[in-house]
Design a protein around this ligand. Structure first.
Ligand SMILES: *Cc1c(COP(=O)(O)O)cnc(C)c1O
Length: 377
């Protein structure tokens, strides 16, 4: 019998989600209806933010949040090269330039000292990414931003459920913070995103710009600024409301799977595991990314795992070394050594709330074999 494939990620969806979507379908109101505000209020409550604006994707949310923070043509925004490409792309959408700074080799997040050293007279904002759900050092970034008069936008797309040492949930500090609801995230709406924030005027601007620049008090065809169509449908909002109701359980299940992985992988020599929570910061588990021992060929490892029915992938590649970024900005190897070292050996393993202990053991056993057989020639 062919073994079932263990996928990298998998959403948790059941009857509650089906019912919620069917209800919206039957209502006939498929966009800009009552689910939008309800989803926004519930999500803001979840992270302790004053406001939230739902948008069509995390990427759209980053674009609108950067615009609301005042980022425009000619500006520079300092961000992490170790992220999903969307965080840097959104800066380019604004006509601004992403300026990278190296990461902390332990947390894998943008290093505040490196970020401060990258400030120039054109710097407008800092865009820290809470990578793999581990909280970026926001108190440090907030001090730097205040000292230099910069705005902050947080990419929290991987960090729902994470918490800072000061007790504030990621997304709840008042800085515009962007979450994503693609199917591999902690919760999903199929496609979708949310901006949480503490400034009501900023929410008004974002809500207008996601809806073609229409002001809330204007007629249907009146537009007082440039806008986009970044709306989130009622179907997606209903799905999001149903997912929020099971969020705590899904987060607890992810944390359980991470604990199992930690135990099962402990004895592989040279394998580096995700950093444990330290100094009061709490990770919101999104992916389980290991760094392969020196000498292990990652491509060979991925092929060997695939043969055992296990999906895995290099995660993440360094953004500045992607061909578009090399061509456009002249980036090359050696600029951000910590990022490049991690990117060269990082491997995402299957990780989702429905993974059982047997699945984790199976992956761990296969990885153990790989660690001794997939050595570089
Ligand atoms: C998923 C993700 C995004 C973008 O989210 P989409 O909803 O796919 O547009 C942005 N940044 C990071 C770090 C992400 O992981």
């Amino acid at each position: 019998m062919a073994e079932e494939l263990i996928p990298l990620a998998r959403p948790v969806l059941s009857e509650a989600e089906e019912q919620a979507v069917i209800e919206v379908l039957r209502s006939g109101q498929l966009s800009l209806g009552p689910k939008l505000g309800e989803f926004e209020r519930l999500f803001a409550g979840q992270v302790g933010a004053a406001y939230a604006s739902a948008v069509s994707s995390g990427t759209a949310g980053l674009h609108l949040a950067l615009r609301a923070a005042g980022v425009g043509p000619g500006d520079e925004v300092i961000t992490s090269p170790f992220s999903f490409v969307a965080s840097a792309n959104a800066i380019i959408y604004c006509g601004a330039t992403p300026v990278f700074a190296d990461i902390d080799p332990v947390t894998l997040n943008l290093d505040p000292a490196e970020a401060e050293a990258a400030i120039t007279p054109r710097t407008k904002a800092i865009l820290p990414v809470h990578i793999f759900g581990y909280p970026a050092d926001m108190p440090a970034f907030e001090r730097i931003a205040q000292k230099h008069g910069l705005a902050i936008v947080e990419d929290a797309c991987e960090a729902l459920g994470a918490r800072h040492a000061d007790g504030i949930a990621v997304g709840g500090r008042g800085n515009p913070s962007v979450f994503g609801f693609y199917a591999n995230k902690q919760m999903t709406t199929g496609e979708g995103g949310m901006i949480t924030l503490g400034d009501g005027a900023m929410k008004e601007r974002i809500d207008s710009e996601r809806n073609q620049g229409r002001a809330p008090d204007m007629g249907w065809l009146d537009h007082d600024r440039l806008g986009f169509n970044y709306r989130l449908s009622e179907l997606a909002c209903a799905l999001g409301i149903a997912q929020l109701a099971r969020l705590e359980q899904m987060l607890a299940d992810r944390a359980r799977v991470a604990d199992r992985y930690r135990e099962a992988l402990a004895e592989i020599d040279g394998l580096s595991l995700p950093c444990p929570d330290a100094d009061g910061d709490v990770r919101g588990w999104f992916v389980f990314v290991v760094q392969l021992p020196p000498g292990v060929d990652r491509d060979a490892a991925i092929a060997a795992l695939a043969k055992a029915g296990i999906q895995s992938k290099p995660y993440l590649p360094a953004i500045h070394l992607m061909s578009f970024y090399r061509d456009r900005f002249g980036h090359c190897e050696g600029e951000y050594p910590s990022c490049e070292n991690v990117a060269a050996c990082a491997l995402a393993l299957p990780f989702h709330p429905l993974m059982g202990d047997e699945d984790v053991s199976h992956v761990a056993q296969a990885l153990k074999r790989v660690a001794v057989t997939a050595l570089r020639p």
